[in-house]
Design a protein around this ligand. Structure first.
Ligand SMILES: Nc1ncnc2c1ncn2[C@@H]1O[C@H](COP(=O)(O)OP(=O)(O)O)[C@@H](O)[C@H]1O
Ligand SMILES: [Mg+2]
Length: 350
């Protein structure tokens, strides 16, 4: 089967503004390595969860995959076709294949726009349809996200947070994409509303065979919705695999630490935002070896000098881990790690 999306060696560097760079006179190419050599695939109709601490590069990676931002290096193939350098009309036409839903997708829009205008925006960018046709299409689409068709003429401020998120999903669906990048889609919502939105997303995926890249802090949501999960740390993937395998038997010490800081992360409960203690290296001067070495309870000398590559772990080939000591540490339970390297859970957020 051809993968829907195949990213290879993706990199994104954000150069520092000159005035700041000048402070470090000797280093002219000072840049933040937000995404640093990421390779992954997304299959048609599957959900890939993407987790990792804030600042690890998840949003940047989502933008690269949706071609909202140009990679510094690497390639993106979509159904086998190289789309890395698409531009102009070809890029616009391809855009309907991948849509992005942000945390508050409607909040950033003009408050004077009506629902039909908001939801039909990607559609209007594609085809020259008359207003009556757009309104009719939006009215037909709204029930699929659990909103009544007669709210087409309402304004975004008349909706709750969950309602606005539904509008964002409807907007993404309007062009029948094959992949939707969901960037923290439920983080701003009450727990009960989160569950409703996630259920709706699951339903829509069954009906429409759309793939999701679900970027989230909420490990419970990933466990509930995702088929596979990718764990990102400082611009690189630490571990990738089936949700069951990774969340029930995490191999990478960083994944273990993430899960250890999350005592209860089940859907319907308040989730804790994870926090791992220890020194966080900067993205300006990543250390030469493993990026997690400074915080890792299993660190050995090799980790500080040689960067671990993402490699197959165990049987089957679907589980990838970037750790020199993967085989040795695989059976260490996350809970025992809590005592070894105390992790402080942040206050629970709704
Ligand atoms: N437009 C930008 N310009 C400069 N730095 C950026 C930009 N966008 C993101 N970054 C930096 O890239 C890193 C990764 O950010 P981001 O992708 O937002 O992480 P996450 O979504 O995991 O929180 C962070 O250090 C962030 O400050
Ligand atoms: Mg983000």
């Amino acid at each position: 089967m051809t993968a829907l999306v195949e990213a290879e060696g993706l990199e994104k560097r954000f150069p520092l503004v000159r005035s700041v760079a000048e402070v470090f006179r000797r280093d002219e190419k000072l840049a933040i390595h937000a995404v640093d050599g990421v390779s992954l695939t997304i299959d048609p109709g599957e959900t890939l969860g993407l987790i990792g601490e804030s600042g690890s590069g998840k949003t940047t990676l989502g933008w690269l995959i949706a071609r909202l931002s140009d990679p510094t290096a690497g390639t993106i193939r979509f159904r086998g076709e190289d789309v890395t350098h698409l531009s102009g009309t070809a890029l616009r036409r391809w855009r309907r294949s991948i849509q992005v839903v942000f945390q508050d997708p409607v909040g950033s829009l003009d408050p004077r726009m009506r629902v039909w205008e908001i939801v039909s925006e990607p559609l209007r960018a594609q085809e020259g349809l008359p207003k009556s046709e757009l309104r009719a299409r939006v009215a037909a689409l709204l029930p699929t996200v659990g909103l009544p068709p007669d709210c087409v003429d309402q304004y975004p401020h008349e909706f709750s947070g969950g309602g606005r998120q539904r509008l964002g999903v409807a907007r993404a669906l309007s062009v029948q994409p094959e992949l939707i990048v969901l960037d923290e889609p439920t983080s701003a919502l009450d727990v009960s509303v989160q569950a409703q939105i996630l259920n709706r997303l699951v339903q829509l995926q069954r009906d429409r065979h759309v793939a999701y890249l679900l970027i989230t802090h909420n490990v419970g949501a990933v466990r509930y919705v995702a088929d596979r999960v990718a764990v990102m740390y400082l611009g690189k993937l630490a571990e990738v695999g089936d949700v069951r395998a990774v969340l029930e038997r995490p191999v990478h010490p960083y994944t273990k630490a993430l899960l250890a800081a999350l005592p209860v992360a089940d859907l319907g409960r308040r989730h804790t935002i994870y926090k791992v203690t220890g020194e966080v290296p900067t993205l300006l001067h990543p250390p030469p070896g493993c990026r997690f070495a400074g915080r890792c309870p299993f660190v050995i000398e090799r980790c500080r000098v040689e960067e671990p590559l993402l490699r197959t772990f165990g049987e089957g080939g679907g589980h990838l881990v970037a750790c020199h000591r993967a085989e040795e540490v695989a059976d260490v339970r996350p809970e025992t790690l809590r005592a070894a390297a105390p992790v402080a859970p942040a206050p629970a957020t709704a």
